[in-house]
Design a binder for this molecule. Sequence first.
Ligand code: ADP
Ligand code: MG
Length: 267
Amino acid sequence: MSNRHKKINPREKMPLLRVQNLSKFYGQTLGCHEVNFELDKGEVIGIVGESGSGKSTLLKCLAGKIPPTNGSVFFNSDQGFLDLCHTEEAVLRKIMRSQTGFVTQNSVEGLRMNISAGGNIGERLLANGMRNYSQIRKIAEGWLETVEIDSARMDDLPTTFSGGMQQRLQIAANLVTDPKIILMDEPTSGLDVSVQAKLIDVLKKLVNSLNLSMILVTHDLAVARLLSHRLHVMKDGKIVESGLSDQILDDPREPYTQLLVSSILKP
Ligand code: ADP
Ligand code: MG
């Protein structure tokens, strides 16, 4: 077939993620309201805003962890450009265990504390059908090294790890299946500043070497700036300002963002 007649796969032109009119109410309480944005492959988007502004709600809806009240989350998956809000449970589970990753602030939620570090990484491979024990072990070892954990710690329980190591383990356990997108909810919060710096450094290296597509929820504007190409600022469940990270933080347009930036940059 000549080039002229070669079919272009229309899905290649689609964004990786398209969030459309997404709203979530918990009874009468607003979680997030009419959120719209897109993310392309290789992009890191930061979602920032004060506590209670709806960041985690939005992220959980994107991850398929909670159903939104309204709207759609289209994901360019191996199974097609699917609306995850209206995808059959079995297909959704399959996508979530291989094509998307979710890292939480609290490693107790994101890791299995009663199985070894290597086991935590191997679990997703097992769930995807890999059965060769020595191969799984080898891959897990490689991932521990990638997130800068000594592979000699492979058989240790995560409970024996520091907070920063637990977060890096969580990241390895999510990236092992080479997901198309990784969602992170306050991954650096609750860590000491020097430990945060190490985690950010590891994340930055991963973003560059793996061309990761990521949504990073954080209330910490400095963390958001270090890792994100673009930012969405949330207030009362809505995105109130969007743009390139440097542009938003150096020259915020919305009074709310101005307040947020000035309150954080004040000594
Ligand atoms: P953030 O992550 O920005 O701190 P959240 O998404 O956690 O914000 O919360 C947004 C709003 O939704 C808040 O008013 C919060 O109290 C409410 N909310 C979050 N989770 C629940 C829940 N499970 N049940 C009821 N209200 C909730
Ligand atoms: Mg939150």
